[in-house]
Design a protein around this ligand. Sequence first.
Ligand SMILES: *Cc1c(COP(=O)(O)O)cnc(C)c1O
Length: 327
Amino acid sequence: MKVSAALSKSPIEKISLDNHSIYIKRDDLLNPHFSGNKARKFAYYLEHNSTSITKLVSYGSIQANSLYSLAALAHLKGWQLDYYVSRIPDWLKDSTLGNYGQALALGAKIIVVDSSLLTDSNNLDGYMHQYAETLPETSLFIPEGGRSCHASLGVYTLAKEIADYCNTHKLFEKDTFAKTNQAQVMLPSGTGTTALFLQTWFKENNQPIKVLTCACVGDDVYLKKQFNQLNPDQTQWPTIISSRKKFHFGQLNKNHYLLWQHLLKETGIEFDLLYDPIGWHCLLDYLSNNYASNNNSTIPTFYIHQGGLVGNQTMLPRYQRKYPELF
Ligand SMILES: *Cc1c(COP(=O)(O)O)cnc(C)c1O
C-alpha cells in the first residue's frame, strides 16, 4: 500500500437545509480507514518517515474516534498501537463494532490502567504524561485526541483547501478583501485543536474567513484554555458560539438523535452522533439569530464533516434500545 497517497483533497458539496444554503467539507471521505479530523491531525505522523519507530502509545476514552484513527495509522505504518484507557464498560467488552471493535480488528492493544494508580489529582492524562517520559526511543507518544503542535500540518492543509475553494469559486468580493469576514466555517470542538489551527492559518494568510465553533466536551472556559495552550494570541482564536440547549457529552439525547435523523433525511449525508448534533444545533441557532431576523444575507457558510462514523456503529444500537419508538 502506498501510504503517501492516503490523503488527497476531500470534496465540498453544497446542500440546502431549513432554508439555509451550506457548503459541506466532506472530510469523512478522505480515506476509508483514515478520515475526518483525526486523519488531518495525525497526517504529520503519516508523512514523516520515522524509521526507528516501532510502537505508537496513546490513551483516552475507549469509545473515542481517535482510537480507531490511531489504529489505522499504526496499521498503515506497520507499527504496534498500545492504547491506555481507565475502563471498558461491560456492554462494550464483546463488541466487534465501533471504534473499539474496529481498532481491535486492526491489531490495536488496549491496556486498562490499574485504578489504584489513578487519583483525582493524577488522572489518566497526568499518569500518561509521566509514563511517556519512561518510554524508549522506538515508541512514539501521542497525547489524547492528538492535541499537539504537530496537528497543525494536516489542519493547515485543510484550511488551504477551503481557502482555495473560496478563491476559485469567487466567493469573496474583491474590493473589501481582508477587511471583513467574507465566509465562515463551522466545526464542533472537542479539544479545539482543529478549530484553532484553522483560524490561525486563515489569519496568517490573510484569508477573510471566520471560524465558528462550539464546546462539546467541556464548557467555553475549558475550550479557551485549550486554545491558549496552543496559541496565546487571542486574535487568532475561533469564535465560540453556544446553543440554548443543555446537554452532557456522550450521553444519549433525544433531540440530538432527532436532529441527526433530520440531517440524514434532508441532505442524504450521515453525520457523527457525538459532536455533529451539537455543532448543527449551534450553527442553525446562530444562522437564524444573526441573519434571518434582520434580513442580512448570509455570507457563504461551510460546515466541516469531521468523520467519526465508525462510532455510530455503537451509538445507533444504544439509541435504538433507549428510544425504540424513534426507529
Ligand atoms: C475528534 C473529533 C472532534 C473534535 O476535534 P478537536 O480537534 O479535538 O476539537 C469533532 N468531531 C469529530 C467527528 C471528531 O472525531
